[in-house]
Design a protein. Sequence first.
Length: 106
Amino acid sequence: MTDGVAGPPAQGPPSHDAGLSREHAATPLGKPRARALGIPLDGTPGRWNAITDVAGVQVGYTTLIQGEFVRTGVTAVHPRGQAGAGDPVAAGFFSQNGNGEMTGVS
């Protein structure tokens, strides 16, 4: 961008996998995904290339904002949907603190 006019939008990195669409080749920020770098993975991405593409999985989140300085949130993944609420699932959790450090328990 030298004349103040933006060029066409980024199309993402070229794909090493001939069957990989441009939408799945990069993240929304333009970073290459594993398949675009030639890392072999089983299966194919779903329509949205997201966990919600998996049948039965439910995902929810909330962001809490208090005043000018408090920003926090939580994301919950319900792997078996409401029908499987009583069925135990192995899980772990990760927490990122205000210093950008992550801790995990499994």
